[in-house]
Design a protein around this ligand. Sequence first.
Ligand code: HEC
Ligand code: HEC
Length: 265
Amino acid sequence: MAERDRRHFLKTVGGVTLGMTAVSGLVGLNGFSQTKAESVAFPWPYKKVDPIAAAERAYQAYYQGGCMYGAFEGIVGELREAVGAPYSSFPTAMMKYGAAGVSGWGTLCGALNGAAAAIFLVHEGKTGNPIINELYAWHGAEALPNYKPRTPKFDKIVASVADSQLCHISVTRWCEKSGFKSGSKERAERCAWVTASVVKYTAELLNNQAAGRFTVAHPVPVAVKECLSCHGKDGSVANVHAAAHSSCTNCHTDVLKNHPVPLKK
Ligand code: HEC
Ligand code: HEC
């Protein structure tokens, strides 16, 4: 394809007219350079999403494709209906990869992974995105699920605090609290409600952002900031990468007793 034709083609992909930054190889918002082959610029247009409608859609989608798909489809499905293109050509089913902490590996919670993908798509693609920060810190701090779908499979699901963004820690803490096994139907329902809860909060955050009234309600916990003051990238030790975890002592359980240098009490 001639360069001029290619540009014309790229500019009209998905039925939307794309800015020249999409094709000219400039450095994108995220600071990563975009290659010429990268065709569709984002963020994509955002229109206010009804948080309850999105949460209900997420709950249904969970049972079709798991937590990450449920969360992504909860938001993007609503936008597909409200906006049409470019959303109508997005292969949302690919998000099924993130189920149970990526293909069953128990790493990043799929609901958080899917929500972050949707946020990246409609807000701005940059590391340290403030909406993702708020969502992830909220997920670590709140007792979840905090949204009950309209037609649930079980009437009551116990809420628990994950103190983490990881599938493994979140699910195991819930199993300990509820007494149900990790392979139970109740655990699946719990994750479906968590997916709906995450989507409801994500929609609220995105709506607030669009209306110019986004605020941070869940900053990085003080105890974590304290650890990062030495171990984070600007600290004296600087051997921990980013890591705005909810809790460092989740895993470093004995560090408060055995830390090599004295820590504030
Ligand atoms: C005042 C600065 C400071 C703070 C605050 C701090 N650390 Fe450290 N940490 C150090 C230093 C210095 C070492 C030793 C580094 C080395 O040996 O390379 C260390 C070592 C460690 C180690 C390795 C332990 C070992 O036995 O070698 C872990 C894990 C750790 N810190 C976790 C934490 C956590 C979690 C927090 C927050 C609760 C924290 N640190 C807060 C300075 C700090
Ligand atoms: C999900 C579990 C997990 C969480 C949460 C976590 N870490 Fe770690 N961290 C590890 C593992 C595993 C290692 C590698 C094994 C080790 O050295 O303990 C490690 C290594 C480290 C080391 C190097 C230890 C050494 O021996 O030199 C430091 C320092 C550290 N982590 C600090 C932190 C801080 C600060 C936080 C919070 C911002 C944090 N970690 C959160 C699991 C975790």
